[in-house]
Design a binder for this molecule. Sequence first.
Ligand code: GLU
Length: 477
Amino acid sequence: MVRVRLAPSPTGTLHIGTARTAVFNWLFARNQKGTFLLRIEDTDKERSKPEFTANILEGLSWLGLDWDEEPLIQSERIDEHRSAIQTLLDRGLAYRCYASEDELTGMREAQKASNQAPRYDNRHRNLTPEQEAAFQAEGRDAVVRFRIDDDANIQWRDQVRGAMQWRGADLGGDMVIARRAPADQIGDPLYNLVVVVDDAAMEITHVIRGEDHIANTAKQLLLYEALGLPVPTFAHAPLILNAEGRKLSKRDGVTSINDFRELGYTAEAIANYMTLLGWSVPEGMEERFTLQQAAEVFSFDRVNKAGARFDWDKLNWLNAQILHSWTPQQLEEALTPLWLQQSWILPDDSSWIEDLCRLLGPSLTLIKDGVEQARPFFIEPELEADGEQQLSQEGAKPALKALVEALAQTPWDGTDPAEAQTLLGAAAKAAGVKKGVIMKSLRAALLGKLQGPDLITTWSLLARLGNDRARLERCLL
Ligand code: GLU
């Protein structure tokens, strides 16, 4: 039975890299009819905040990544973590290191000066009981270090990257597994140790995470062995890169799922796009899909090894496709709150709102495009340069005047488009202009500019509010 987990640290809002890792875990779990778990890695007390946990959970739900069982809170398991450290100490696989920060800095500087890679030189690995007693008598605090033999040969079969191999010598020397604390205590347990203890306790079968954790995997494999715990299968997903091929970072402007939401992307587009970031669709499958559809066919052999470049055009294309497929009701639900934020007064007519959504939907790329595009329906627009130019064309004003006069005789209530066409035809004829001239001029008068959605529907919506004639008349002044 497959059991996977996402293990976010609540030290910030839901990061796109974490969300993408969540997507791969979710897809694999659902594909295998397995279990997708969450573990909140809140052991960094200074930086962890409950509001970040809330943001992460909320963001995952928004994306449609539902999890099974209550999230495990890592900090509640500190006794288990300490007890594993004690086991390693008892077995002689871990030891206390009394080296002070100054000593360690001196060590690294000396290594640098002789062109060596910085690493802990294992100086306290084999202290005699007398040496230990002397450090303790000095009142020195100690960290706990786990022994990493230089000649350890660490191998695993990665589900994405195939055969992997690391040498103990490349892991930076004996690793700190508990922070500095008085020597008769065990300080705060650290990441690699707690992850192994918790993944084993949660009976995780597959650890799926970003490739920035590969060196941690090598260290964790040594800990599994030392603690005699069953080893899960590992899969390392490629990193998300920016357009220049560097790791996507704060400098790229958007890194958190919140940012994408605020920019007007739909959850469906983000979830779809994050799946494509590092996974290629099987032959015959379209690039636009739901998470459920992807879960049916997900496998690691289609996850790429190379970093995935973030492509805004593709995300925008996906978002547009999704918005174009939304029902007027879905659009209404997304747009109404944005319109209310603008303090616009919405007509008390739900079919009007629905028709406006139906009109705008096909031209949206981002949800928030529906603010600018709806503006002239709520607020009388200024005349823009192209609108003004149109109205100064020969025949434009006489045509509008004829239309205003025709409307005075037979007002249009906005319901029957055939009536609108008749009115336009009559006005064009009376002014002696082509129908195109009156159409463009009407658009300029109603929207202030020449760009916009279908003219008759636009007119109809304004006519239903009784706003069309004032807009035409102001152009004749
Ligand atoms: N808390 C770690 C992170 O957010 C978890 C890594 C892991 O999956 O083991 O990077």
